[in-house]
Design a protein around this ligand. Structure first.
Ligand code: DAK
Length: 260
């Protein structure tokens, strides 16, 4: 697949998507959002891929936000339409992937960039990363799910502070607040992300996705997380993964999950 704004690579069961506009600090324009949607769809359909890492190209930025130069001229109607489209094509798409997605946050994650990282299931940051939702400093509010996902991750009070001050937080604070799962040296970032991805890949893909759906259900309006958990738990008993997992345990060997 040929892309202009992103790069993709696969090592074993781990697929890496790199946003590749380093001169614009990997800012998300419409073309990049579309390419990311295409790459995510392809990764989801490929049963050989069991975990995805999303990162930014260069040493400075994961993603420094939506492309300000592109949205500067939008009208109210365009802004609303683009927010809805963007949420569907990228941010909700990432969250609803049928395999875990890790954000390897290698520098600035601002605005739409932090919203993208927060849509991923797990975040690992390099110690030089800076995270924030500076939208109100530009006269807009976070429009790609940021008001909701930030509050889910760090709580209402910290979300209110971060969004209304438009300030950036350091990786160490982001870790303390639960906004990122781990902080490592920049040169360790991709190794750490791949180590975590490998641990995920060793488990039953069917069980991993069922567990992720259940967790997310608890954060979705109108959906009962406990009921989702019961339904997903039940489904496990009809999978080949469950047969393999229990048989491997009894036979004292490592499970080799077929992923169905
Ligand atoms: N968009 C476009 N270009 C960007 C950019 C961005 N978000 N961020 C950086 N760049 C470009 C800079 O313009 C500069 O390009 P040249 O001028 O060299 O051509 C190049 O990247 C390097 O940036 P700097 O020279 O500024 O680098 P510094 O190290 O001095 O500063 C910085 C790094 C990250 C602190 C600074 O670049 C910065 O403040 N960037 C903007 C951060 C920001 O405010 N991001 C946007 C957040 S708001 C919407 C839905 C959602 C959103 C909007 C609309 N709709 C549905 C309509 C979301 C909005 C946001 O994400």
């Amino acid at each position: 697949m040929d892309f202009e704004n992103i790069e993709v690579s696969t090592e074993g069961a781990i697929h890496t998507i790199t946003i590749n506009r380093p001169k614009q600090l990997n800012a998300l324009n419409r073309a990049t959002i579309k390419e990311l949607n295409t790459a995510l769809n392809a990764a989801d359909e490929n049963s050989g891929i069991r975990a995805v890492i999303v990162t930014g190209s260069g040493e400075k930025a994961f993603v420094a936000g939506a492309d300000i130069k592109e949205f500067a001229e939008f009208t109210v109607a365009e802004g609303k339409a683009l927010s809805a489209d963007g949420q569907k094509l990228l941010f909700d798409r990432v969250e609803q992937m049928n395999k875990p997605v890790i954000a390897a946050v290698n520098g600035f994650a601002l605005g739409g960039g932090l919203e993208l990282a927060m849509s991923c299931h797990v975040r690992i940051a390099s110690d030089n990363a800076r995270l924030g939702l500076p939208e109100v400093s530009l006269g807009v509010i976070p429009g790609y799910g940021g008001t909701q996902r930030l509050a889910h991750l760090v709580g209402k009070g910290k979300a209110m502070e971060m969004i209304t001050t438009a300030g950036m937080v350091k990786a160490a604070d982001a870790y303390q607040w639960g906004l990122v799962n781990k902080v490592v040296a920049p040169e360790e970032l991709m190794n750490e992300a791949k180590t975590m991805a490998s641990a995920m890949c060793a488990n039953s893909p069917m069980a991993v996705v069922g567990a992720m759906k259940s967790i997310l259900a608890g954060y979705t309006d109108g959906v009962n997380g406990y009921e989702t958990e019961i339904a997903e738990f039940g489904k496990c008993f009809g999978t080949d993964d469950f047969k393999e997992g229990t048989t491997a345990f009894i036979e004292r060997r490592k499970a080799d999950f077929p992923g169905k």
